[in-house]
Write a protein that binds this ligand. Structure first.
Ligand code: HAM
Length: 415
């Protein structure tokens, strides 16, 4: 039997990969405008990083990591998300010592052992940003606005922004007790996962699909925010409003990672089966210290790129195809073929996209091939043309044909 790709992974083949390149280019462009610089951290890290960073009681760390012992008997994990690795790199490379804050972005694969469905994979890709070194609420708002603008510029329609404050550890300790009080009468009726969440992380019960109805009427964390938290949350909203970003407050938003403090946010959009959250992020003021660095604050987002493509597809948004083929060169006869090799190299060297046949096909077969590749021009060189030092150039859009001096082919194609 032939070997197949692992469950929950995708082969991104030519034809589709151009869409990825387009989206990635858009991500890089928006990062340049917002002054975020690229960081490339390892795809696997010491397992402990995610245990400490993402949190021991999260589904990600408890159930979903690809963890293995390496040949040196160290526990390693494929990264399930980007923030922990970036924060580790920030600490390890002492980026906190720089005079300016660190504004970083990444695009790459992440791995979670989840049950695959539309919009959920075991290897997926995130475009993420992390801004480290400032508690300024305008930075939270900048991050939220940037993700919103990214979607907007790609042409996604109907993206909604939801925000919440998950407070600080002191606020959450109080809220946690309130939630336990609230759920106590129905504790025995909760699902098995939620019964264990009740003691370890009751906020997560609000996020459970099975037990959603038990959460109706649950206390809101916003009622327990202290002065510092509500001032911060209020200012984030002011800055969002200043940028004209429309948002909704969702006091029941629970993110699947433990590191969040203050601002948490999600982007929502219909179009991917049961999933309506297309991405999210938030502030994480304790994480850098937890990972062993200076006590530096951070805020960021992680946007799943598969979900961008699925929504674009569902909404029928056209993505520009890759670069078109400028010319397809056909040489008839041995001498002409040698000349084509030379011309092809010249065209490619001068920045044009050009192709030829490699399967010894007849003229007709080569013309068909040029058609399939959507070549803008086909240039044909036979013995007659060669003798005259010209090449016959056919415009595939209108069928017009002209003879062009061999030395001028690149210039003619460029105009
Ligand atoms: P997250 O909510 O776990 O946050 O993931 C962010 C996004 O990654 C999701 O909203 C979704 O678009 C995508 N994603 C997650 N899991 C899958 C999957 N199995 N298949 C397809 N897409 C998926 C984080 O990862 C945080 N690191 C975000 C962040 C950055 N917060 C602060 N900075």
């Amino acid at each position: 039997m032939s070997i197949q790709k692992p469950k929950g992974t995708q082969d991104l083949l030519p034809g589709v990969v151009e869409k990825w390149q387009y989206i990635e280019e858009k991500a890089r462009d928006i990062c340049a405008r917002f002054n975020y610089k690229e960081i490339r951290s390892p795809i696997f890290e010491h397992t402990e990083l995610f245990q400490r960073g993402v949190g021991e009681t999260t589904d990600i760390v408890e159930k979903e990591m690809y963890t293995f012992q390496d040949k040196g008997d160290r526990s390693m994990s494929l990264r399930p998300e980007g923030t922990a690795g970036v924060v580790r790199a920030y600490v390890e490379n002492k980026l906190y010592g720089e005079p300016d804050i660190a504004k970083l972005y990444y695009i790459g694969p992440m791995f979670r052992y989840e049950q695959p469905q539309a919009g959920r994979y075991r290897q997926f890709h995130q475009f993420g940003i992390e801004a480290l070194g400032s508690t300024d609420p305008s930075l939270d708002a900048e991050v939220i606005a940037m993700g919103y603008l990214f979607y907007k510029e790609l042409g996604l329609k109907g993206v909604r922004v939801e925000i919440n404050s998950v407070g600080n550890p002191a606020v959450r300790a109080v809220y946690r007790e309130k939630l336990q009080e609230f759920f106590a009468p129905v504790k025995d009726q909760l699902c098995k996962d939620c019964q264990s969440r009740y003691d370890r992380n009751p906020m997560r019960i609000l996020d459970c699909k099975k037990d959603q109805h038990f959460g109706v009427g649950a206390p809101s964390i916003l009622d327990y925010l202290d002065e510092e938290c509500s001032v911060h949350f209020g200012k984030v909203q002011q800055h969002l409003t200043a940028m004209g970003i429309v948002y909704e407050i969702n006091p029941r938003m629970v993110r699947g990672l433990d590191y969040y403090t203050h601002t948490a946010f999600e982007y929502k959009c219909a179009g991917i089966g049961a999933i309506d959250t297309i991405s999210g992020g938030g502030r994480y003021n304790g994480l850098v210290a937890q990972i062993g660095g200076d006590d530096q604050p951070g805020v960021g987002f992680g946007l799943g790129l598969e979900r961008v493509l699925l929504v674009l597809e569902a909404q029928g948004v056209e993505i520009p195809a890759g670069r078109p083929l400028d010319a397809y060169l056909i040489g008839m006869g041995e001498q002409a073929e040698a000349e084509v090799t030379k011309l092809l190299f010249q065209l490619r060297s001068s920045g044009l996209t050009a192709e030829k046949d490699y399967q010894s096909r007849k003229m007709k077969g080569q013309m068909k091939s040029a058609d399939r590749m959507k070549a803008r021009y086909v240039a044909i060189l036979g013995d007659d043309e060669l003798a005259k030092g010209v090449i016959s150039l056919k415009n595939m859009a209108n069928g017009e044909q002209e003879e062009v001096e061999l030395g001028r082919l690149a210039d003619v194609l460029k105009r």
